[in-house]
Design a protein around this ligand. Structure first.
Ligand SMILES: NC(=O)c1ccc[n+]([C@@H]2O[C@H](COP(=O)([O-])OP(=O)(O)OC[C@H]3O[C@@H](n4cnc5c(N)ncnc54)[C@H](O)[C@@H]3O)[C@@H](O)[C@H]2O)c1
Length: 368
């Protein structure tokens, strides 16, 4: 297969989809790599670090020659013109939040395979996990900075000091993002409560972090009560493939203390806070009704070197498998991987996505 690596063009996105150490295995397996000049530069991987690949200056040439495009973030509007029938686009897609991208993939009959919906039998999401770990670990760092007076915040230190109380965090969703956010915030001295609807999840957190992280079953009433008293609320819920449930309502936000912070990590799936608007790395916050809102959809992009390495570590075996075997083998022999197929031959092939966007669902075997 010819595998294309275009440069990421989403605002402030600095990651690259493949690190240099993963190239040899693909080439040894007989594949060819076409790479856009400078695609790895902002992540600390210059063109000179990549061997035995074709480097071109024109993104159109990468898209035009490749059987499979490997990216980091969802294709942007300027990239839609490159889509073509049967071309595999393997990347984070988050289609429930971008209906026009979904329609374009369907219209052009491109094969959209989303890292984030590949799902193992145990329910885990192996290609979302590394970015969720990073976003979760970064969230308290971002919060710490936003709360500082020199960043126009309320001037609070996460851990407080003897005699001055620490910040209170409410983390909604105790999965990978939530747990990583909780343990870093706790390590910095904050008081953290995780809310989730999955009691087993809460039980395992409680047993492991006994005492240091508090857990609560998420009901509207309890959540409202805790959010009212918090300094930082982190949105980290997920229903794979679907739009994020709006668990944090406008009313809950209105009752928060002035200058407290909402950091909605689930914004990439449309956001878990009612009416929240996306922000960017370079313009991370806006203030509404005295509450600081932050909703960056590509948080790991700010640690592009670590994030590209973690992403490439997780995707490499999948890229190799797909390049060696093609989509048909995936559909018929690899169910967990096939869950990543969101669009195929002009159909939406992920049920939760189809339901979220009110589109027709066709199962992947039929679509094939
Ligand atoms: N903004 C970014 O840069 C970035 C980076 C990585 C991940 N994410 C996003 O963060 C979100 C969380 O990802 P994750 O990997 O932690 O997912 P996960 O599946 O590991 O965890 C999600 C948790 O949410 C819980 N949940 C679902 N519905 C809920 C509800 N109504 N109330 C309370 N809890 C609920 C689930 O039980 C689960 O424990 C996803 O939307 C993901 O795409 C964003």
């Amino acid at each position: 297969m010819i595998i294309g690596i275009p440069k990421e063009i989403k605002a402030d996105e600095k990651r690259v989809s493949i690190t240099p150490d993963k190239i040899k295995g693909l080439i040894d397996a007989g594949h060819k790599i076409i790479f856009e000049r400078g695609a790895g530069q902002n992540a600390g991987f210059p063109d000179s670090a990549y061997s035995n690949i074709e480097i071109v200056s024109d993104a159109g040439k990468v898209w035009g020659s490749a059987d499979m495009i490997i990216k980091v973030k969802e294709p942007q509007k300027e990239e839609f013109k490159h889509f073509r029938q049967n071309q595999i686009i393997f990347t984070y897609l988050h289609l429930a939040a971008v209906p026009d991208l979904t329609s374009e993939l369907v219209k052009t009959k491109a094969s959209g395979i989303a890292y984030e919906t590949i799902q193992k039998k145990d329910g885990s999401l192996p290609l979302l996990e590394p970015m969720s770990e990073i976003a979760g670990r970064l969230a308290p760092q971002i919060a710490a900075r936003i709360l500082q007076s020199d960043f126009n915040g309320p001037g609070k230190l996460l851990g407080g000091v003897p005699g001055a109380e620490p910040c209170r965090f409410v983390v909604v969703g105790g999965g990978t993002v939530g747990l990583n956010a909780a343990f870093i915030a706790t390590a910095l001295g904050a008081r953290v409560t995780i809310f989730d609807i999955n009691l087993d999840r809460l039980r395992s957190i409680e047993y492991k972090y006994r005492g240091s992280i508090k857990t609560m079953l998420s009901t509207e009433q309890k959540l409202a009560e805790y959010i009212q008293r918090s300094d930082v609320v982190i949105g980290a819920v997920l229903i794979p493939g679907a739009s994020a449930p709006k668990v944090i309502t406008e009313k809950m936000v209105a009752e928060m203390r002035p200058s407290s912070l909402i950091l909605d990590v689930a914004i990439d799936q449309g956001g878990s806070v009612e009416k929240i608007k996306q922000t960017t790395q370079s313009n991370p916050t806006y203030i509404k009704n005295d509450i600081i809102h932050c909703a960056i959809p590509n948080i790991p992009g700010s640690v592009a070197n670590t994030a590209s390495t973690a992403l490439s570590n997780a995707t490499y075996e999948h890229i190799l498998y797909l390049a060696n075997n093609g989509i048909e083998e995936l559909v018929t022999k690899n169910k967990p991987f096939a869950k990543g197929i969101n669009t195929l031959n002009g159909h939406v092939t992920h049920e939760a996505l189809a339901n979220s966007l009110n589109m027709q669902y066709v199962n992947v075997e039929e679509a094939l």
